[in-house]
Design a protein around this ligand. Structure first.
Ligand code: TMP
Length: 207
């Protein structure tokens, strides 16, 4: 594999999806081959798994079932889309990856970060991004953006309590320290242009 695998991480309403599209457009204009994709989803089977996990009627889903479904969707997406694109020397920008599982399932759901990491190794065979960008915004500010944006799909996790999203935020801060050689933090509370400039700078450092 010789492309660049870059992932974007953050809580709800951190703006990473909007910025990912802008980054893809900018890098494409500059002549790079860029694949923009997302988790859970990105390919048909994984999108179907996404629908099951996020369906607001599935409130009784067990937390380990949820973690396994994210890992299943991750593997399918990796095998079908990410690895082939990296083999073609593309820059792959993925909206969420393993760190989301470590934080949401491992920390916020309380399964344990090491347990979730080990379980994910079966799915990813230890393929990790070369750079992960964490969009740092306080959960209450992110959630305000979600509820102010009427066009955004609201999923089962958006409906969790503020306490859950606070744990997610603190979890991200922990893994930023734990994996400081891979994860960089940007200030996502700025306006779109300010966030875009920080992210493009971080990406240009490695491509
Ligand atoms: P998003 O597409 O709006 O970012 O929503 C994806 C949701 O799924 C978000 O609430 C985070 C959650 N999620 C996990 O809990 N674990 C995971 O491994 C992934 C990829 C996402």
């Amino acid at each position: 594999m010789s492309g660049f695998f870059i992932t974007f991480e953050g809580g709800e309403g951190s703006g990473k999806t909007t910025i990912a599209k802008m980054i893809k457009d900018q890098l494409t204009k500059e002549g790079y081959s860029v694949v923009l994709t997302r988790e859970p989803g990105g390919v048909e089977i994984a999108e179907e798994i996404r629908n099951i996990i996020h369906d607001v009627k599935n409130t009784n889903m067990d937390k380990k079932t949820e973690a396994l479904l994210y890992a299943a969707s991750r593997r399918q997406h990796l095998i079908e889309k990410v690895i082939p694109a990296l083999d073609k020397n593309c820059i792959v920008i993925c909206d969420r990856f393993i760190d989301s599982s470590l934080v949401y399932q491992g920390i916020a759901r309380g399964i344990g970060i090491d347990e979730v990491y080990q379980m994910n190794l079966f799915a990813t065979e230890n393929i990790l991004p070369v750079r992960t960008i964490f969009f740092d915004i306080k959960p209450e500010d992110g959630l305000k953006r979600v509820y102010d944006n009427k066009d955004r799909e609201v999923n089962r996790l958006d409906l969790e309590t503020l306490d859950f999203h606070q744990k997610v935020y603190e979890g991200y801060l922990d893994i930023c320290d734990k994996y400081s050689e891979r994860i960089v933090k940007i200030d996502a509370s700025q306006n779109i242009e300010g966030v875009f400039n920080q992210v493009i700078e971080k990406i240009k450092e490695i491509i």
